[in-house]
Design a protein around this ligand. Sequence first.
Ligand SMILES: Nc1ncnc2c1ncn2[C@@H]1O[C@H](COP(=O)(O)OP(=O)(O)O)[C@@H](O)[C@H]1O
Ligand SMILES: O=C(OP(=O)(O)O)[C@H](O)COP(=O)(O)O
Length: 410
Amino acid sequence: MKTIDDLQVAGKRVFVRADLNVPLDGTTITDDGRIRAAVPTIRRLAEAGARVVVASHLGRPKGAPEQQFSLAPVAQRLGELLGTSVGGEVAFATDTVGDSAKATVGSLADGGVTLLENLRFNAGETSKDDAVRGAFADELAQLADLYVGDGFGAVHRKHASVYDLPARLPHAAGGLIATEVGVLRKLTEDVRRPYAVVLGGAKVSDKLGVIDHLMTKADRILIGGGMAYTFLKAQGHEVGSSLLQEDQVPAVRGYLKRAKELGVEFVLPVDVVVAPSFPDLKAKAPTGPETVAADAIPAGLMGLDIGPRSCELYAAKLADAATIFWNGPMGVFEHPDYAAGTRAVAQGLLDAEAPSGGAAFTVVGGGDSAAAVRLLGFDENAFGHISTGGGASLEYLEGKTLPGLAALED
Ligand SMILES: Nc1ncnc2c1ncn2[C@@H]1O[C@H](COP(=O)(O)OP(=O)(O)O)[C@@H](O)[C@H]1O
Ligand SMILES: O=C(OP(=O)(O)O)[C@H](O)COP(=O)(O)O
């Protein structure tokens, strides 16, 4: 893979595919970790005299503009973080390949930075049809002379800006991708054991598939968050109105059976925190949740965090691990009533000590997991590595060819 050093960028329009998919509360960015992670590559390009065209997705709009997913607040924050290297300002294009994008890119001076509007406002970005994606990539290619792939969190997506565009322009990998791959590679080689993997979050259908592979690598797999209820259902328990991937229940039953054969330990919640409905994350008003046994979730109630006994169990299962990979919050940590499980697991990572002595090597992956660690007040430097990609790092660990990495190869 070429790096930025292999490109002559001065005076050239350089398209940087970043992952600036940050959590928002209205138009307020609640955690800017992914923007901070994107800054070094953008700054280097700008300081080398490139005209930098930054692009990203945010959330999952359905191929048309939706104001709540606008990247406008991100442009402002990116300008603040880049500071003097761009005069504190990043020009924002209110579309991706339309008049605003053409005009903004056209008026860039050497060393200037622009951010395009959300790539997913265009159906071509995520289309499964190669020709439709290709046509959108052709339009994007008109905006740039060179391509730098640096959106690690999206490299597992076969999307136009990630996969098709680099085929149309001279390309290189940015510094963030190089760092992420460098660290995660360690987890695919000889890991120190016991190796524990913690999985949670809400992207259940996306991430259940990786368990098949993780079972051949990890000694223990701890399941929480929205992921837990498909497992509890597979064990024959009712899960009320909790997040459930019904069509995956048979597959999960298979994982549990195979894990026994392989001697891999699955750790599931023994109790869960439930409420009648999903909490209002804006108001953050107390919701009066109750804790119930995981095998006795009442009909109509929704599991929103692992319970206190599960927190203790998970901490104990992490305590003697030598290597830990964690993706996905244990509960709806954005609301204080459902943050305890995520806090317990984060603390568990920090307290873990390998049987041979010394702190465990810990990796936290995922936009929300990384945000949770910071928002709950943990020092991000206390972890071995905080990856900007959740699904991306899981698929990397699986040994899959990731479209956004394959496309950067020569
Ligand atoms: N039991 C649950 N029910 C619904 N959503 C949940 C539950 N537990 C966690 N979540 C949500 O999962 C989201 C993060 O999931 P995900 O995107 O998969 O993680 P990451 O971004 O770290 O990869 C958070 O917004 C959190 O509120
Ligand atoms: O947030 C992301 O992934 P993650 O939640 O797995 O860390 C990336 O920005 C990818 O987003 P997507 O899962 O909507 O393609």
